[in-house]
Design a protein around this ligand. Structure first.
Ligand SMILES: [Zn+2]
Length: 76
């Protein structure tokens, strides 16, 4: 897989922290599986992970306080 930003063939499996801003709160999800470019640091989330995050954010919107921090492995 090639990096969309720097075109280097240097995407590796990694974990990243996903940050989202909802209308009523901030959500931070730690340890999200991703592909990361070792060249420029660009992070790409696989479609399956994005779908899971979408689901989580919908749930979170209903129960959210101001800031919510969760772990991907525990929440997904
Ligand atoms: Zn890159």
């Amino acid at each position: 897989m090639k990096c969309l930003i720097c075109k280097a063939d240097s995407m590796v499996n990694d974990r990243s922290t996903y940050f989202a801003q909802l209308p009523n709160c901030y959500v931070i999800i730690e340890n999200v599986p991703c592909r990361k470019c070792t060249q420029c640091g660009e992070v790409v989330y696989p479609t399956s992970v994005m779908e899971k995050i979408d689901e989580l954010l919908k749930k979170v919107e209903a129960i959210a306080s101001k800031i919510l921090i969760m772990d991907y492995d525990q929440a997904a």
